[in-house]
Design a protein around this ligand. Structure first.
Ligand code: SF4
Length: 214
């Protein structure tokens, strides 16, 4: 497990009242990357200033457009799901201080998986960090030592070089995935050829979209 051990700045009781802007939270299956097929509780935090043109969660960008939920409310909701895995996604979740939320989730017995572009420094305690770097706002250097899984969304052929550049910065043993952007199906064939030529990479598909589940 890699985690950022930050000092507890708030008393536990106060930390439970910290509120986050949340687009949605729901129980489903992980559809992408190394944990594909595992039941997971998803918390989609609001707010993102990265601005990918192909983003499939543009509604998440404006944090002020979404209601807030307290740490205690989110932990209670996650605890109703029997899975040990909670996925923090967005938006860009690292625009928030994840300390109070991740500490409370882990104290309740959950594993915290974080999906991030890495555009902001890591906060909080995570058990699994998936880095999905974006060209419009590349990862901050201090994120790389914490990466367990690199998942590069491929939109065009230049993304293969982009993927290799990030793989070179991730720790030994990082799982490497190439994932076709949903609206760029013409890239599936080049991705398959690339993986066959460079078999340390694996294919990630957005299985939840094929299954039409959240
Ligand atoms: S980083 Fe993620 S949420 Fe933000 S614009 Fe890009 S794809 Fe969308």
């Amino acid at each position: 497990m890699r985690s950022l051990e930050a000092p507890d700045l708030l008393e536990p009781a106060l930390a439970l009242e910290v509120r986050y802007s949340v687009v949605e939270h729901f129980y489903s299956l992980q559809g992408e990357g190394a944990w594909t097929g595992h039941a997971a509780y998803f918390i989609r935090l609001a707010g993102c200033d990265v601005g990918c043109w192909w983003c499939d969660t543009k509604a998440s960008w404006d944090a002020s457009a979404h209601p807030t939920a307290s740490v205690s409310e989110l932990v209670e909701a996650a605890q109703r799901a029997p899975t040990p895995i909670v996925v923090l996604t967005g938006g860009e979740p690292l625009m928030h201080d994840l300390g109070p939320l991740t500490r409370a989730l882990r104290a309740s017995g959950k594993r915290v998986h974080l999906e991030t572009s890495g555009a902001y420094p890591l906060s909080g305690h995570v058990d699994w960090l998936t880095l999905s770097p974006k060209k419009r706002k590349p990862p901050v250097p201090e994120i790389y030592p914490h990466v367990r899984e690199l998942k590069v969304v491929v939109v065009n052929a230049s993304d293969f070089r982009w993927a290799e550049a990030h793989a070179a910065r991730c720790p030994e043993g990082t799982l490497l995935f190439l994932q076709p952007e949903w609206g760029s199906p013409h890239m599936i064939e080049p991705i398959l050829r690339y993986i066959q030529a460079h078999p340390r990479w694996r294919l990630s598909l957005q299985v939840h979209k094929y299954l039409n589940i959240p």
